[in-house]
Ligand binder design. Sequence first.
Ligand SMILES: Nc1ncnc2c1ncn2[C@@H]1O[C@H](COP(=O)(O)OP(=O)(O)OP(=O)(O)O)[C@@H](O)[C@H]1O
Length: 311
Amino acid sequence: MIEIDRISKQYEGRNVVDSVSMTVETATITAIVGTSGSGKTTLLRMINRLVEPSSGEVRINGQPTGALQPHELRRRIGYAIQGHGLFPHHTVGRNIGAVPELLGWPGQKIRARVDELLTLFGMEPAQFRDRYPAELSGGQQQRVGVARALASRPDLMLMDEPFGALDPIIRARAQEDLRRIQKTLGSTIMLVTHDMEEAIHLGDKVAVMDAGRLVQYGTPAEIIQRPATDFVAEMVGGVDRPLRLLSLVPVSEIVEDGPAEGAPVQTSTNLRDALSTCLWSGRDALPVVRDGAPVGRVTLGAIRARAEGPE
Ligand SMILES: Nc1ncnc2c1ncn2[C@@H]1O[C@H](COP(=O)(O)OP(=O)(O)OP(=O)(O)O)[C@@H](O)[C@H]1O
């Protein structure tokens, strides 16, 4: 568990981060979102003490970060930045193994971890281990950057706009990869983004920053349904709020008994996709299957009711 306790940063007498408190549960993703200059990066960097807080403290599993030595902090907190920050003259393998090497791990253990991470990221170790960053695509470099930050199995992984430099298609893939790997490894991740869509898509919790203050901290559904301030409402965007809400809910939640015609959807399909299938195919109910076996139907009426808010 990560506890951020009334942490502030002043520059030239101005609070750029103003008494932010939040608790981050282990094995979750927290997305810190806000406009430019709202203090997101400063908040993130106070967690690994790249920026020294003016006041307040951060505790990792109960231990204040101020009491940890720099090498301890490096081991316990991974950090990945936009543009990847890879060492250009080191191979992929050395880049990923950089922190374990610093920590004095035996070579065999480093190599095993490098190969494990490359495999998790869908990059064949034999093919990629000895390449240099310049010989990789942008998406591959991004994956190596994240793999490097995860290599020492940190208690916490900090990511600053990790997908900022990627084009939208690669970005969606990269987000999915991160989700999958986070679940596999049980990592605790805090990431900064200026994109509310990305925050809602990736975060178990979303922290909205405005002018140095944490204005709302909640689940994506809470942020969408009950924005705490006009600013949050504006960031979420009023118009397609129901659609965003639907994209968070799987069909399994509102499946009911009864018949329906045509091609089925999976229980894991989200309601936004089910709605577009209904509208696209002109049906007011869709059969639902789980692992190929019929389990009932989902109706347009039930999707609409769900879009209007929780019962
Ligand atoms: N070293 C510094 N000295 C003085 N002011 C700073 C310093 N670092 C950041 N600031 C100011 O603090 C405020 C918050 O900056 P920060 O980088 O945390 O915001 P951000 O939300 O991450 O913005 P962006 O999305 O543009 O990166 C800004 O007004 C910035 O100009």
